[in-house]
Design a protein around this ligand. Sequence first.
Ligand SMILES: [Zn+2]
Length: 445
Amino acid sequence: MTDSHPLEADILLTGGTFVTMNVNRDIVDDGALAIKGSDILWIGSAEAARTEIRASRQIDTRGKLIIPGLINAHSHLAMTLFRGLADDQPLEAWLARIWQVETAFATAENTRVGTQLAVAEMIRGGVTCATDMYWQYATNTEAATAAGFRLVNGPPMIGVDGPTGALTGDLETRAREYIVAHLDDPLLRLCIQVHATYTASEEMLDVAAKLATEFDLLFMTHASESKAEVETVTARFGKTPIEVLYARGLLGPRTLLAHCVHLRDDEIALLQETGTSVAHCPESNLKIGNGIARVPAMLKAGVNVALGTDGAATNNDLDMFGELRTAALLHKGVALDPTVLPAAEAFAMATINGARAVGLSDRLGSLEAGKLADLAVIDLGAPHVTPLYDVYSHLCYAVDKHDVSDVFIHGQQVMADRVLLTLDEEAIKAETHSIARAVAAACNG
Ligand SMILES: [Zn+2]
């Protein structure tokens, strides 16, 4: 590259510390990153950028941390509508209560609002990609991607009819039509999903396996979340949820299982052998009293473990920095060993492991030329992040979601200096309050 022929970029972030999460875990101090279209064009030192990059727009990121956008590997976005509605109950009682409310209130119009609220919350917290599993998935996907947010979503199957008449008609035909129509959506990573082995029919599991193979889709489901679930499934099938999924050909490198709290050693080995990924959701597991997943054992066995918040009705927020801190602390406490799940490894769960879990590690999860420009900028101006010795320590134990100042997804800036650019936050909050008033009236009536 010579001075006379610099690379043409749309945006150049210059100055600050770039936490790449590439294979060498390079950290570039006083770095720069160039974006062209949807992709990262170049990353290097700020000094080299002066001669190598010519950008239409420059953004000064001095004194800040620039990280790959966080990936929320398990959530139910529009459940934000029911945040705090059914707390402090066991999973089964909680599900019964939530399903009742959802049947009345998870209309397409309402879930659009709930999804927008979730996306607003996540962008503010540095999340650039999330998986979703919820009623009205077509509407929700449109709402999230219209806001410039990257979503992993696709037809969900569950053995209750719910607000959408989920059990009516030909499941496979409906799912196939949606998949075929959305294969090329740039912000959508298509998947096929089944709620869980205890809530789905065997036909649903087989349809999911068939479509996942046919279209090379990610398959997502909940697995071994509670003790009761494992007992119910074992009584029904004579196998644990993990064994049921394995027997139906549903474990493999394009499978992402949420929770996996109650696993035996041989089940962990099965996940490793098949290349199955796990979305660890520590706060939801704690809050519903389901227990603590054996994350250090899974990581030691070579299982890819990502991090998720679960829905806002069981967390109760979609804060991946909070989740990261909980995960990094929790397993040390359980193991009575502070060397368990070091900060850098925990941060990998929220970034590159998440990308691997959704089958996009060649495009997401690290700051590298040729990957998609999904990233977050973190302001280090506040007292609680001063001074800085170790970026991973900061990211796990000190940085708060409110420190995120700017967010880019697919090369588009969606938050600038803490202002959301693609969503009308005030309108979304007003609409949410109106829905919540109707929900509260129905619950108290
Ligand atoms: Zn869930």
